[in-house]
Design a protein around this ligand. Sequence first.
Ligand SMILES: [Fe+2]
Length: 238
Amino acid sequence: MVFFSRRSLPINLGAELVVEVHNHVLPAVDDGARTVEEAMQMLLFWAEMGYQKVIATPHQNTYMQVSPEAIEAAAQRLHAQLLEQEIPLHLTVAAEYLLEPELQTQLSSLRTFGPKRYVLIELGWWAAPLGWEGFFFTLHAAGYTPILAHPERYDYADEKNLKEWYEKGVLMQINLLSLANKYGRKAQHKAEYLLEKNWVAFAGSDLHHATDIAALREALQHKLLRKRLDRLLNPTLL
Ligand SMILES: [Fe+2]
């Protein structure tokens, strides 16, 4: 006799996503985690959810310039804590770049991740930057593969824009927190639309603070996300 089905148990979806690709876990370098303790709460959550690897993506733009030394020091502190607390999580560092003219000058030294030299790029919040297509082309020509961060969060991007980005081959990364209504219904619906259409390449958290862990836990149970897990590329980053 079967008393319960394993399917009825909470599923640790991190075990299927495997790699967390967008977050601000490095302590005291940008607008993300403020302390090592807060960062460790976030890392512990991912480990408990079954993730094996976390790629930290601190902001890199003219408003939030973070020195390589500060990034290295923050990562070292977390590596030491992961070892000391025996948390089986691999932490690496990339970046989240804002598409702005100054980015052109850094083309030789962008922080990448994964087998295709992925570079995480966010657009401006108020209007799509002119010439973004040309810049994505430049990135490809320089040997990088750009990933568009949280397309659902740009207010100016409607379903027509999302379709256009997909058809032009833009790899899109949705925020898991969008699925838990962190940024409003409009962003949530667009994230769901992208999942429904199978246009999502990566799912990341964009977690900035430990206070959003509960929402992230809720997002990981989203039915549509569960349905689309085998289409996501996160595991290729292991
Ligand atoms: Fe971010």
